[in-house]
Design a protein around this ligand. Structure first.
Ligand code: FAD
Ligand code: SF4
Length: 550
């Protein structure tokens, strides 16, 4: 059935439509209502509920919350643990060197920060937003951007009830059009609609390529004797080699909970590398392995993060809309923090949209928002760390991070000897042919401390309607075989943290199997496929992981 044969979509009009109920989208919604209670605001969220697709560390810098909801510290409804101990280590295969806090640039300090579940923070923000009159629709994915006279005029949610082969099932329901004077895209790292808008409006022109990492995380309930409330511990080095960037976090919070996670920079070169297996191996290090003895793993998930920072943030505004949060890439890589900037950017965009609406404007470009961020606290946060990632990529962990730390120190004093360094290649272009690399032998999981992918995905509570079109679109199957498989050795089978991709030999034929129902929406395939041949589009709303508190 062609689009013109379909029944018309129902349309609703709002002042502002927001795509994504993460910290950026919800902060924007709240700020709009604080400034002007009569502004109509709607938020759509592809997760089955607010927080279901939120995965973070998370140690949060409270600057965003303090500015948005000054009374939050006095409220008990937002669970948090104040950071009490802050440690940073460089790991070797069996030893660990602790870096004295005094050597660390002050911006790296976590004192005054809080350990939270970012999913819980989003649920708290959603309650605040709804109390102010914001409409929130979880379970609806924004699948299409609506345009009028080349200006964004809102979004359409995806149709529901389409079968794998494209026919309409009895449950078929047409998507809805949510039309608005301004539309904010708050989809987080590598947003699917944001990607098309960056392309269409040339928003990344004259910018460095956006850079990414994949972050994997487990939540553990640990034995009481292993729990150190408020401990925040970061590492870099082992198990990654010097030429592969990344590191770990371990946060003790709440009631004997430990969030343990591992980030691998997606400009890695060896196609045999598996971020998931590196994470499992990291947990075996003597510095951390005892933490999990007698404990129970209760949740698992993964999500991409942006790493380009200052140099890579695209133009934020275009006719009728704006990018906010990690959809634009406001993550501070050395601090491993982005939620504070996500909130601040949502508030900043809201303030400029509220001013425009008050002047009777609509569907034009919020140029003042774009002009304001570099001089705001977001810009100050990203400016001081702008050379860490380029140095790390160019010189490796040992030298690159040491020079990066020196540059952070000089920036703290108000200058840099290096100017602003470029990032170089986009992440999809960094893999070497498999023939030039050594396969990596990872240890077998023991089922107690280390696990396989499928039992891990089970703990992400991922669920998709199985009879629907595959949402991981391989544009050219022949190219996937000739290049992804034959040249690069099939890296998707290793970088995907959910075991979605498999190359299977059957009856002398090689098949590329896509287990789309396992996808945890991390977006790594959309970023790292060496030919940009995989396009992630939203599946039916409500599908995907169901993180209770990640
Ligand atoms: C492993 C890891 C550890 C991290 N640790 C920290 C930390 O300790 N401290 C910190 O401050 N930051 C941390 N971050 C970064 C932080 O999580 C992000 O900066 C922050 O979540 C960005 O907020 P956001 O609102 O822009 O996007 P997100 O939090 O990604 O939220 C986007 C929301 O939009 C929804 N969405 C996306 N596309 C659509 C669509 N088309 N239709 C409808 N809904 C859609 C998603 O489901 C999601 O709910 C970490 C990130 C990772 C991955
Ligand atoms: S299929 Fe892609 S988006 Fe889904 S979990 Fe795998 S790498 Fe992530």
């Amino acid at each position: 059935m062609s689009a013109s044969d379909l029944p018309a979509r129902e349309a609703m009009e709002f002042d502002v439509v927001i795509v994504g109920a993460g910290p950026a989208g919800l902060a924007a919604a709240i700020r709009l209502k604080q400034l002007s209670p009569e502004t109509s605001v709607v938020v759509v969220e592809k997760g089955s509920e607010v927080g279901a697709h939120i995965l973070s560390g998370a140690v949060i810098d409270p600057i965003g919350l303090d500015r948005l909801i000054p009374e939050w510290r006095g409220e008990e409804t937002l669970a948090r643990t104040a950071v009490s101990v802050d440690r940073f280590y460089v790991l070797g295969s069996s030893g660990a060197l602790r870096l004295p806090n005094l050597l660390m640039p002050p911006l790296m300090s976590n004192h005054g920060n809080f350990i939270v579940s970012l999913g819980d923070v989003c649920r708290y923000l959603a309650r605040k937003a709804e109390a102010l009159g914001v409409e929130i629709y979880p379970g609806f994915a924004a699948a299409e951007v609506l345009f009028e006279n080349d200006a964004v005029a809102g979004i359409a949610t995806g149709d529901m009830g389409v079968a794998k082969d494209g026919h309409h099932k009895a449950s078929f329901t047409r998507g809805m059009e949510l039309r608005a004077k301004y539309t904010f895209f708050a989809e987080g790292a590598r947003g699917s609609l944001s990607k098309t808008l960056i392309e269409r409006f040339g928003l990344a022109q004259n910018r460095q390529p956006q850079k990414y990492g994949i972050g994997l995380k487990e939540l553990w309930q640990v034995a009481p004797e292993q729990f150190r409330s408020g401990l925040v511990q970061h590492t870099m080095g082992w198990p990654l080699g010097n030429r592969t960037g990344g590191g770990s976090f371990v946060y003790h919070f709440g009631d004997n909970l430990v969030a343990v996670g591992f980030v691998v920079h997606l400009n890695y070169q060896n196609p045999y590398l598996s971020p998931f297996e590196e994470f499992q191996r990291f947990k075996m290090h003597p510095l951390v392995r005892d933490t999990f003895g007698g404990g129970k793993r209760i949740c698992y998930g993964a999500r991409a993060i942006t790493e380009g920072g200052w140099q890579s943030v695209p133009k934020l505004a275009f006719a009728g809309g704006a990018l906010i949060g990690c959809a634009a890439g406001f993550m501070n890589v050395p601090r491993i923090k982005g939620s504070h900037n996500a909130m601040l950017s949502g508030m900043l965009a809201a303030e400029h949209a509220a001013a425009a609406l008050a002047e009777g404007r609509a569907h034009d470009e919020l140029t003042d928002y774009d002009a304001a961020w570099r001089g705001s606290p977001i810009g100050r946060d990203l400016w001081r760390v702008r050379n860490v990632k380029p140095l790390w990529s160019a010189l490796g962990t040992a030298v690159g991070v040491a020079l990066g730390a020196a540059d952070m120190w000089t920036n703290t004093l108000g200058f840099s000897l290096l100017g602003t360094l470029p990032h170089g290649k986009p992440d999809f272009a960094t893999l070497k042919p498999a023939a030039d690399c050594r396969p990596i032998a990872y240890p077998k999981p023991d089922g107690k401390l280390t696990f396989d992918r499928l039992s891990s995905v089970y703990l992400s509570n991922t669920n998709h309607e199985e009879d629907q079109p595959v949402h991981l679109i391989v544009r050219d199957r022949a190219l996937q075989k000739a290049s992804e498989h034959d040249v690069y050795g099939g890296p998707s089978a290793r970088y995907c943290p959910a075991g979605v991709y498999e190359w299977i030999e059957q009856g002398g034929q090689l098949r590329y199997v896509i287990n789309a129902q396992n996808c945890v929406h991390c977006k790594t395939c959309d970023i790292k496929d060496p030919n940009q041949n995989i396009n992630w589009v939203p599946p039916e709303g409500g599908g995907g992981p169901n993180y209770p508190n990640m």
